[in-house]
Design a protein around this ligand. Sequence first.
Ligand SMILES: Cc1cc2nc3c(=O)[nH]c(=O)nc-3n(C[C@H](O)[C@H](O)[C@H](O)COP(=O)(O)O)c2cc1C
Length: 387
Amino acid sequence: MHQECNKFLKTFKLRYPIVQAPMAGVTTPEMAFAVAARGGMGSLSLSHVNLQKKSAVLEIGKALNVFLAEKGAVNAQNVNLNFFCHPIYPRPTTSQKENWKKLYSKILGSEELGTGFRFDNGNVSFQTIETKENLDILKSLLAFFQNKFTPGVISFHFGCPSSHFIEELKKLGISVFVTVTNEFEGEQVLKFGVDGIVCQGYEAGGHRGRFPDTDAKYDECLSTLCLFKKLKQLKVKLGSESFLIPAGGIMDSQTIQFYLDQGASACQLGTAFLAAKESQSCRFFRNLINSDDRKCTLMTPLPSGLPARTLLTPFIEKLVNLSHDEDLPPYGYRYSEFKSLRSKFPAMVDFNLCGQGVNQMEMGRDECLSSQEILSNLAQGLFIHQE
Ligand SMILES: Cc1cc2nc3c(=O)[nH]c(=O)nc-3n(C[C@H](O)[C@H](O)[C@H](O)COP(=O)(O)O)c2cc1C
């Protein structure tokens, strides 16, 4: 009954079929390490690394410091390193920058907004190092994964790298996972031979992994369950052996059990870990859960340039109401300027990515639970039929 799950546990030498989601700006190496050490799959987002710089590999080494220093304490097979793989966007035009400034001066007041905007690209896509000029960086990255740290999984969000690179990773014994949000993306990545598909439903927190070069008008906004079922059928049709990992709105062991019983290999959970002790957003979500504030979420592309599910706050409401479909800078450039605005006005500007399950977050009585406690509570009561 649980063949898929057993295969997943065996392949990655895991105790639990639970993947702690990579969450840019939230997950820490300590969180990924703790989850991996307890037998779940610990994920670390590396989307902040500027892959265009020669120092990229050094920076990745730094992010993995805790893993490299405590070699042996954790099985590298339990670790998932995550990159963004969106298209390479052009620099913003003058009118896009002006539109952005006008929008935010309506929200904050033009005197407040100030000057000195940079519109740097804060999210360099993995696709950048697949270009001819950056092949040296790609080679040094592969050498790093071969000689210094070989994770069990490398995963991609917002798209898929070339089939050539997927093959290179596989030669090193690394499995490749890609997030998809519909069956067309699923078909594409299955044909590329990826090892795992993260089936990200519309409930999910954070950025939607939809391949951004597809037309947003036709986004079906599939729920996690519906997407998972469609991909299960597709997998049978194509005779694929890939792992299917539902993600989105999964907050408790009953729901994990439900997906495992339906043939899922494992489940990926992000929001459930947002208030973990090792999370960068621990304090914020702890206060939120303990408050009477409303806990609704909204999918919007406005702050960053790509659709993301965020807490619906008075700021987000104002942004949505005052924006009228302006042509704004593309993702990466828009997001980095938004982040500097948020750091200048922390009391007025916010963007708290979380899923529809935010009100089901588990809290300790007096303080935040550790990632290991969250993992153990989720795993408790799971029944996996051994072959
Ligand atoms: C704060 C936050 C940041 C996220 N950042 C990433 C990321 O960097 N890479 C990625 O593949 N997915 C990212 N995601 C999406 C998660 O991988 C996962 O699909 C999602 O959390 C599952 O839905 P849930 O939040 O309802 O559990 C993020 C999610 C959240 C909540």
